[in-house]
Design a protein around this ligand. Structure first.
Ligand code: NAD
Length: 489
């Protein structure tokens, strides 16, 4: 099967997988020192290619600030690699497990073994970190990896392909480039694990294709992540964070606040302060060097369509921040926009926005917010601005989202020790933290029988000893059996 648009070293993707798997089976699991060496090589390559990657991303997007790429991609990648390196010894350690009285003096433990070859599929919005952090995790867990970047960021993919070809042999790490057809075939390869980051819609197809080979998947998907502002908490601190989360990368962030819930008494203040904060953050408006473009004309037109649809259904559309000098607006760059009062029937309240447009809904009681969120697919992230009081606790307890941020947006993703992943239609499984290492490892349970143990004495033909031993063993658990529901303590 030749699924690669650009064969690597004359091999197609299925052959590459075969080579990686053979190399894994031949060499076995790398030890701690080898894994740390791979991570160190990756770290050095990332820093060596930093400028090239930043140029490529900006060219792919039309424009993206180099500072933003550093903050949103390189900081995360370097932190992740360092975190994995620092914690690897602990992650790899076998874990002692309890052995029941009947099986003593046996010993039990869990050993975390590499799965083998990991497939990684990435979207275009953070085209560097969403490939490299999963790769670092795969290497830390002792695996080999094949990466499939998005076709929408071809310059970045090419730099990554070169960077990794200079750093690792193809039987350890390889990049397969191409569009949806290549993606479809890639997701049908018999990897030992597949981590897909992208839309919910494509995630479904990927899981279906992976199921043909019973390949386990981690799905990092999208959706609509709400931000809830408690009554009286429209202030500089909350608005600063919401503006950052909504407008970084032109709003093209999976965990960006998709829409806001603001108390009805605070809504005018929210609009005013949002406007002020946007003007302060982007003093040169959407033409300034710190403001990121929409990735393509098609995506730009989709966003314009969402705003027009909401407007035509009676919503109030407010362009905020410093207005662009029209002659100098870059192609497919959309000004920050608030959409107030969009109804549930408008497309903007139904599909993931993925751009610098924030619908604002009003509420009176927290119950309304909880009911609204719970009536919809589970979000990837949910944000709350307010005191850590009962209201906050209620929202946390009564809603389910991948992660939650309190008095911040996006930053939960940057916490190396926290798992990151969605729930329901926003994803399945998680990576980052020990969860990432474990997702790409097989947890092998090992039991070693002791020299003296009951099970080896309890073999047919059974006699008096068996009666005695079983009476004794089962009697020991009688105390717990006597406790009936409602009688405990
Ligand atoms: P996408 O689903 O269109 O593409 C993702 C990858 O799938 C690309 O590599 C693409 O080539 C490939 N692909 C496309 N069609 C395919 C098919 N039929 N079969 C197999 N593979 C196919 O996503 P996108 O537009 O690149 O990215 C935006 C989406 O990604 C948003 O929904 C966003 O929320 C989500 N996202 C999620 C996370 C997360 O960590 N949860 C992070 C970033 C983006």
């Amino acid at each position: 099967m030749n699924i690669s648009a650009e064969p690597i070293h004359g091999l197609d993707a299925a052959d590459l997988l075969g080579r990686q798997r053979n190399a894994y089976l031949r060499n076995g699991a790398p030890d701690l020192a080898q894994r740390k060496a791979s991570l160190a090589r990756l770290r050095a390559a990332v820093l060596a290619y930093r400028s090239e990657v930043k140029e490529a991303i900006s060219a792919d997007f039309g424009h993206r600030s180099h500072h933003e790429t550093d903050i949103m991609e390189f900081v995360g990648v370097i932190q992740s690699i360092d975190y994995l390196s620092r914690n690897l010894r602990r992650f790899m350690k076998r874990e002692r497990r309890h052995v029941g009285a009947f099986y003593r003096a046996g010993r039990a433990w869990v050993e975390y073994q590499p799965k083998g070859v990991i497939g990684v599929m990435a979207p275009w919005n953070y085209p560097f970190s969403l490939l490299i952090i999963p790769l670092a995790t795969a290497l830390a867990a002792g695996n080999r990896a094949m990466l499939k970047p998005s076709e929408l960021t071809p310059r970045t993919s090419e730099v990554i392909r070169r960077m990794l070809a200079d750093t690792f042999p193809a039987d350890e790490v390889a990049v397969v480039c191409g569009g949806p057809e290549v993606g479809a075939a890639f997701s049908g390869l018999p990897f030992d694990h597949l981590l897909f980051t992208g839309s919910t819609q494509v995630g479904r197809k990927v899981m279906k294709a992976a199921s043909e080979n019973l390949v386990p998947v981690t799905l990092e998907l999208g959706g609509k992540s709400p931000v809830v502002v408690a009554r009286g908490h429209v202030n500089e601190r909350s608005l600063g964070s919401i503006v950052f989360g909504k407008l970084a990368n032109g709003g093209q962030t999976c965990v960006a606040p998709d829409y806001a819930f603001v108390h009805e008494d605070d809504v005018e203040l929210f609009i005013k302060q949002f406007d002020t904060m946007v003007a302060r953050t982007y003093p040169h408006g959407p033409t300034g060097r710190d403001y990121t473009s929409i990735v393509s004309e098609r995506h730009y037109q989709r966003l314009v369509g969402l705003v027009d649809d909401a407007r035509s259904r009676g919503a109030r559309v407010v362009e905020v921040g410093v207005k662009p000098e029209s002659a100098r607006v870059r192609p497919h760059t959309l000004a920050p926009t608030l959409v107030v009062g969009a109804g549930d029937d408008s497309a903007i309240m139904q599909e993931e926005i993925f751009g610098p447009v924030l619908p604002v809904r009003t509420y009176r009681t927290l119950d309304e917010v909880v009911d609204y969120v719970n009536a919809r697919p589970r979000p990837l992230a949910l944000y709350y601005f307010g005191n850590e009081d009962n209201e906050c606790a209620t929202l946390l307890a009564r809603t389910t989202s991948g992660n939650t941020g309190i008095n911040n947006t996006l930053l939960h993703v940057a916490q190396d020790d926290l798992p990151f992943g969605g729930v329901g239609s926003s994803g399945m499984g998680a990576y980052h933290g020990i969860e990432g290492f474990r997702a790409m490892s097989h947890a092998k349970g090992v039991f070693v029988q002791g020299r003296w143990n009951l099970p080896s004495l309890l073999r047919a033909p059974f006699g008096k000893f068996a009666d005695f031993a079983l009476g004794f063993t089962l009697g020991a658990s009688r105390k717990t059996e006597r406790i009936r529901p409602g009688m405990a303590e």
